[in-house]
Write a protein that binds this ligand. Structure first.
Ligand SMILES: [Zn+2]
Length: 176
């Protein structure tokens, strides 16, 4: 059942990827943990989007329909902006996860920090994803690395601590 449901054409494209939904589910799961400090079975709700049928479009008759993806590489990665954005968020989200696990005394600062840093990092990444399309490969790669490093550094620099310590100095002290 890989053909178009209307015209039987084999030129059917999946419009959203499994990986994009997987990233989304994991980020939601982490958000639940960051805000509540615990993960119950109820949190598994975040994985429901993975099994909702995926949009496909036929390039011959241009009709769209929903069905489950096949097991092939381009079901996982279709190459759209959303995927690139979700993938680029990964380094900063891992950084924030490590910070929260190691320095949990954020006090109420966490409530401002989490949405704030998420918006700032998202903005930087979205601008990069849309503006870098026309660039030469080497420059695109260089800027991409710079973007990822900035999101990590910003996540560390703005990380709140209840007793006013600077988390940058705390990391330095632990490592020396
Ligand atoms: Zn068709």
């Amino acid at each position: 059942m890989k053909n178009c449901l209307a015209c039987r054409s084999v030129h059917v494209q999946q419009k959203s990827s499994i990986l994009a939904r997987l990233f989304f589910s994991i980020y939601m799961l982490l958000a639940v943990y960051f805000f509540t400090g615990e993960l119950g079975f109820g949190a598994l709700i975040v994985f429901i989007p993975l099994v909702i049928p995926y949009m496909h479009t036929c390039s011959d008759c241009h009709r769209s329909f929903f069905r489950m993806p096949g097991v092939k590489l381009n079901s996982f990665w279709v190459g759209n902006h959303l995927e690139k954005y979700l993938l680029a968020l990964l380094p900063s989200i891992l950084t924030i996860t490590l910070l929260i696990l190691n320095f949990p005394n954020t006090g109420l600062g966490r409530i401002v920090y989490l949405p704030g840093i998420f918006c700032i990092n998202s903005l930087i990444i979205v601008i990069y994803v849309y503006q870098s399309e026309q660039l030469k490969k080497a420059l695109k790669l260089f800027l991409g690395v710079m973007v990822l490093i900035s999101t990590i550094v910003l996540s560390i620099l703005t990380y709140p601590q209840e007793y006013g310590e600077n988390v940058w100095e705390l990391i330095w002290t632990i490592n020396n």
